[in-house]
Design a protein around this ligand. Sequence first.
Ligand code: HEC
Ligand code: HEC
Length: 261
Amino acid sequence: MRVFLILLCLFFLSPNIFSIEPAEYFTKKCMSCHTVGQGDDVGPDLKGITKRRDKKWLIRFIQESQSMIEEGDPVSNQLFEKYKRKKMPDQELDDDEVEELLAYIESGKVKDAVANMRSALDANPFEIQKGMELFTGKLKLSKGGPSCISCHEAGNLGVLGGGSLGPDLTNAYSSYNDKGLSKVITKINFPTMVKVYKKRGLTEEEAFQIKSFLWTTDRQEKEDHGNQKKFFFLGLIGFLLALGALDLLWKKRTKKSRRQQ
Ligand code: HEC
Ligand code: HEC
């Protein structure tokens, strides 16, 4: 009985215990078919959705669009035809949960979540360029944090006089991996950095761009290193060949001199 009471208390003390985490839910269950502000996908772009449609309609549509289509709801049927009669899966969410999800969609944070999931390998040159400019301070960070170069060098940027309070970040990408580096940059944990970024962290989009820039410094360095290795091996092979030739010559000569004896 006591255990039951404790559980009951816990239940009432944590009203969120069964509620969804909207960002995670959206990423897992909606993002494969919808964008927010990036154009139509399998389903319509959801930007401005709460202004475009009645709230009651939206909640029900997300819960059971198929039934609405079958009942002959005109808007649902229009959409269904427009989007090639693709069925949107029903969501087992209660009204409050759908409202939370809609609030998240309206918050404009979806773009950040997408950036957080993207690998630097998908970055386009424009994003990499932006990452470099954020790193060097040519572009200001949106929340006003200092640029990375005041404490770090990376790639050839050292020439521009990067700070040396923090470690060289040329190879940070391969030491932390793609996801790891995103985390390091967005959820800043290093004591020295916490001090300056505490209330002025990076947006996920900025973090993505900087990560992508650091991917290029890492790759560039690896290539240079690879080339050095190549030259080293070429040199070594040349050296061995020369050694082999000398050896042959030497053998011939000793054979000759033996025959002569
Ligand atoms: C398998 C693809 C798919 C998934 C996953 C999906 N949808 Fe849809 N969605 C669609 C399609 C297609 C339509 C257009 C209507 C139709 O064909 O039924 C649509 C329509 C909508 C509409 C109406 C848009 C408008 O312009 O009125 C909303 C709102 C919506 N989806 C929200 C969501 C949410 C929120 C999720 C995640 C919980 C989700 N969808 C998951 C495919 C999908
Ligand atoms: C005020 C100086 C300062 C600024 C500005 C700064 N950092 Fe740092 N950073 C450090 C220091 C110092 C460390 C080493 C860990 C520590 O002692 O806090 C570090 C560590 C790191 C590491 C881990 C490196 C490793 O080798 O483990 C990464 C990645 C990093 N910083 C990225 C960034 C990025 C990206 C920016 C710009 C958005 C940035 N830092 C801005 C001082 C700074």
